[in-house]
Design a protein around this ligand. Structure first.
Ligand code: ADP
Length: 480
């Protein structure tokens, strides 16, 4: 198995999914457990403070009414004090206005004078509470107030200490339960994270295996990862990409074999001609001349094939290689027809140009010239003596329209789908006779498509052919 680097490990979708599932499952519970402890402490302290204050207030009223502060002992108050201190597991103290402890349920500070800040505050009328977390007790000091008609007077202070050890006991129990629960939860979450992260990333393994199989040629059924809607869509797209690549590869192979064949044919002819001259003795000079003329023709043919191939290769380059400039299409077509005039005259074909309006289009002049030349040249080549080729130019606000119509031999219906393919010729020997390479229309189509244009053909065998070309007046950059 391939060794994975640390960076690759961190980037791994499986690891990241695993961690996300783990965090989503574990973090909230862990935070809750942590928060619960501190919430529990606060809540317990608050409720105990309220409890102590309400008990203390009832008691302080009893203390006032029984005159307890003036050393008048009261059994009811003593009983109440003892009952409360027992139930709080704590200590109760009563301090009089001279800061003397007149009652201490622990009997430790009885009779002593104490000056604690909470006692001073209580004498100022403030009830205070303080939770000593370390020593686990809660102290509440409340003023003992005598309410007469017009004013309240603080006559003493009631100090209540409550043991809070139960909080630690409860927390310890809660924590031991939560540790066990958390450990079980962590184990469950790790198992779930492992299962689900594996399940979520399984389609990638399937893709990888299917692509490997495709590369080895052992995958005849194509890629089908149907685990999720998304992976199904990606599979379909990959399959159509692979199908397209196969077609491209096949056509590339076919093209290479066609090129080799086409380039070899003139060479074979030349070799035969040269061998037959070399093989004969006392060859008449006329035969030499005739064969040398044939060899010259074959060289011309080879040159034409190579030139056409070079044009095609240039067309195959990205659209960025276009040199776009505004071109007067009327002048361009007139120039093309002028150049083709000698061939037309030789074939005795009349070429007519009809322009409906002046047209200027943003095109690559060289490539569009090549495209139109090929169409008109075909109209002349595949024509008969006394025939005609009619070229027309028109435009609307968006496109320029070029029509090349001829009175020639026409193209059989079944060939119409193939004539734009490289090296396709309806009649190989006839095309060869008249110097065709089968590349002309492929070059034309590429040039038109590079300009985001369109080309259509309409033909009736024995009557003639019409090519319709449409090119945008303003060059449209191809989106890629
Ligand atoms: P070629 O170099 O053989 O002319 P093209 O690619 O230009 O190659 O054309 C492909 C084939 O389409 C030609 O061999 C010919 O059979 C047919 N063809 C093209 N244009 C015409 C036309 N105007 N009339 C009849 N046949 C045509």
């Amino acid at each position: 198995m391939k060794k994975i680097s640390f960076k690759e490990l961190i980037k791994s979708l499986r690891l990241q999914t695993f961690l996300v599932i783990l965090l989503v499952g574990i973090v909230p519970v862990s935070v809750f457990v942590g928060l619960y402890s501190s919430l529990y402490v606060n809540r317990s302290v608050d409720s105990d403070v309220t409890d102590l204050i309400s008990n203390g207030q009832i008691l302080s009223k009893q203390i006032i009414s029984s005159g307890y502060l003036n050393q008048q002992s009261s059994e009811a108050v003593d009983n109440q004090l003892n009952a409360l201190s027992t139930s709080f597991s704590g200590r109760m103290m009563i301090i009089n206005s001279s800061l003397t402890v007149i009652k201490d349920t622990y009997n430790v500070d009885q009779g002593k004078t104490i000056v604690w800040s909470n006692i001073i505050k209580a004498f100022q009328g403030k009830t205070t509470s303080y939770y000593d977390r370390e020593n686990e007790y809660l102290v509440v000091a409340i003023p003992i107030v005598s309410t007469s008609n017009d004013s309240d007077e603080v006559l003493g202070v009631l100090v209540m200490n409550k043991s809070m050890a139960y909080i630690t006991t409860n927390l310890d129990y809660f924590q031991s339960v939560s540790i066990i629960t958390l450990l079980i939860l962590y184990a469950v979450m790790i198992a779930l994270a492992l299962i689900f992260s594996g399940r979520f990333t399984r389609p990638y393994d399937k893709f990888s295996a299917a692509i490997d199989a495709e590369e080895n040629g052992s995958n005849s059924a194509g890629i089908a990862v149907n685990d999720y809607t998304e992976t199904q869509q990606v599979s379909e797209k990959l399959n159509s990409l692979i199908a397209r690549m196969k077609v491209v590869d096949e056509s590339r192979q076919e093209f290479v074999s066609n090129v080799s064949h086409e380039l070899k044919t003139p060479l074979t002819s030349m070799k035969v001609l040269a061998d037959s001259l070399n093989g004969q003795e006392d060859v008449p000079i006329e035969l030499y001349k005739e064969f040398m003329a044939d060899i010259g023709d074959e060289i011309d043919r080879e040159t034409k094939i190579i030139n056409d191939l070079l044009s095609l290769v240039k067309m195959d380059k990205a659209a960025a290689s276009l040199t776009i400039s505004p071109v007067n299409m009327n002048e361009l077509i007139e120039l093309i027809l002028k150049r083709l005039k000698p061939i037309a005259e030789k074939q005795q074909v009349e070429v007519v140009f009809e322009s409906f309006r002046p047209v200027t289009a943003e095109v690559d002049e060289v490539k569009i010239t090549l495209a139109i030349t090929n169409l008109v040249e075909n109209g002349i080549k595949y024509n008969h003596e006394g025939g005609w080729v009619h070229v027309s130019l028109n435009s609307d606000h968006q496109y320029c329209y070029i029509k090349v119509e001829d009175s020639g031999m026409g193209i059989p219906q079944e060939s119409l789908d193939y004539i734009f393919e490289r090296f396709y010729r309806v009649d190989k020997s006839h095309s060869r006779e008249i110097g065709g390479t089968g590349l002309g229309l492929a070059i034309t189509k590429s040039a038109v498509l590079m300009h985001q244009g369109a080309i259509k053909v309409h033909s009736v065998e024995g009557e003639g052919t019409m090519f319709d070309v449409r090119i945008p007046l303003n060059y449209i950059e191809k989106e890629n």
